[in-house]
Design a protein around this ligand. Structure first.
Ligand SMILES: Cc1cc2nc3c(=O)[nH]c(=O)nc-3n(C[C@H](O)[C@H](O)[C@H](O)COP(=O)(O)OP(=O)(O)OC[C@H]3O[C@@H](n4cnc5c(N)ncnc54)[C@H](O)[C@@H]3O)c2cc1C
Length: 415
């Protein structure tokens, strides 16, 4: 322990999950369902923030189905996307068509991430062995020799030591746990950052265009019912330059690219209404130490390309429960048993990151640095648009990813 704060309380659990994002909440649910004594620590008081991913892909919908949660889940307000269309230098293109998939849920559900996380939290309340502790921020690791033996957390009531046989870091791309454990990251890099903002949407405004690419500019728009969620892509590190040009110049660019936003964009009154999301792609070489496992973005930050990060985090959680639930009955799994998660999940992560890098380097970088040169639609995009049967391939990669996970971890009697 490097922090010098005194803890006010100590509690003991079998498993302490740090971070209540998609990875942490799904894993907490699965361990609670198996009757494992587990606590999830979330540093914020609630989930109501602008998260970075509102896409629930067919692989996650399938997991919700396997858990018997799908009917309630799909009652939450959401929009469904099957055909992913874009404008590339003004030319209409089709990037993927999920209706071609032979899968039970052939659509992406767009839902605010806080609704997804709240749903899991509510559904998990019936498991007596699961506690979700909000406003609890892990600030340090408790160590016993070389073994991680839990975390110290800061709460509104003071510090609490949570001793655990196994600590699982699900605290995202800026993971405190990973940093305290001294696990080294391999940075793969990303050429862009994203400006995230909302524009008002009138009931009669509809448009199926999802992605727009123009020389030097790129933008994604999501129809979120009463507003458009906009992701404006800029070259990495260029936010100060965007600010220096002024808000009006940015809004004019947005309205020129997407005329449908012209009236709603007036909702953006200052740069305070715009959030800069820095994009990273990286991964850990070692996901474990004795008593510690990292999953989700804490083990591998994903680029927003394809909007698959939330779903990979959920898949990691499912794989972790599948491989560890029985072992956790008896205490902490050995480091080799913990490393089985990396051995199972590293291939899908590397493949997905490799595809994200290909898109970043061949499409996004080219578009962002393109200046005023007219944009040529890349050959692969032209082929996919022209040959509808090809649209199932990107759809499959987006929807189900590489090596989709299914729930095999057992449920405790009565769960
Ligand atoms: C610009 C951008 C857009 C993206 N868009 C999408 C998208 O559309 N779809 C998609 O699927 N993915 C998207 N992603 C990727 C996605 O956000 C992540 O891959 C995904 O959220 C990872 O889930 P996670 O649970 O591992 O981590 P996170 O979602 O980062 O959750 C970590 C949680 O841990 C909490 N926490 C952090 N530190 C501590 C601590 N010390 N103690 C306690 N709690 C802590 C945080 O508050 C948070 O709730 C995007 C990423 C970026 C950068």
């Amino acid at each position: 322990m490097t922090s010098d704060q005194q803890s006010d309380r100590t509690t003991r659990v079998r498993c302490c999950i740090v971070g209540g994002g998609p990875a942490g909440m799904m894993l907490g649910y699965l361990l609670g369902r198996a009757g494992i004594d587990v606590v999830v620590l979330e540093k914020h008081a609630d989930f109501f923030r602008d998260f970075r991913g509102d896409t629930v892909h067919p692989s996650t919908l399938q997991v919700m189905d396997e858990l018997g949660l799908i009917d309630g889940f799909l009652k939450l307000p959401h929009q469904r996307l099957q055909k992913i269309d874009g404008l590339f230098g003004g030319t209409p293109v089709r990037i993927a068509d999920l209706s071609r998939l032979h899968t039970k849920y052939p659509f992406i559900a767009f839902m605010p991430q806080w609704d997804f996380l709240n749903f899991l939290r509510e559904a998990g309340k019936r498991f007596a062995s699961l506690e979700v502790m909000m406003s609890a921020e892990a600030v340090d690791l408790i160590r016993r020799g070389d073994t991680v033996a839990g975390v110290r957390a800061k709460t509104p009531d003071g510090f609490i030591d949570i001793e655990a046989d196994l600590t699982i870091a699900c605290d995202g791309r800026h993971s405190t746990v990973r940093e305290r454990a001294g696990l080294a990251l391999e940075e793969i890099g990303a050429p862009m950052d994203v400006l995230w903002f909302r524009a008002g949407r009138r009931a009669d405004e509809t448009e199926s265009v999802f992605a727009r690419v123009e020389p030097g500019k790129m933008m994604i728009t999501f129809d979120r019912g009463d507003y458009w969620q906009c992701a404006y892509v800029i070259a990495k590190g260029r936010y100060d330059a965007v600010k220096a040009r002024g808000l009006q110049a940015l809004l004019d660019d947005v309205a020129r690219m997407a005329p449908i936003l012209r009236s709603g964009i007036t909702d953006v009154k200052s740069f305070d209404d715009i959030k800069l999301l820095t994009v990273a792609i990286n991964r850990l070489e070692r996901w474990t130490q004795p008593g510690l496992l990292c999953i989700g973005d804490a083990a591998h930050a994903m680029s927003p390309v394809g909007g698959v990060g939330v779903n990979l985090a959920v898949q990691d959680a499912v794989a972790t429960a599948n491989l560890l639930v029985d072992k956790l009955q008896h205490g902490c799994p050995s480091e080799d048993e913990l490393d089985a998660i990396r051995r199972r999940r590293e291939f899908p992560v590397k493949m997905t990151q490799a595809m994200q890098v290909i898109v970043q380097n061949n499409i996004i970088s080219g578009a962002l640095q393109g200046g005023d040169r007219p944009l040529k639609v890349p050959l692969i995009v032209r082929l996919i648009t022209a040959l509808p049967w090809l649209q199932g391939i990107p759809a499959r990669l987006l929807a189900l990813g590489v090596r989709p996970e299914h729930v095999h971890s057992r449920a405790a009697p009565g769960s």
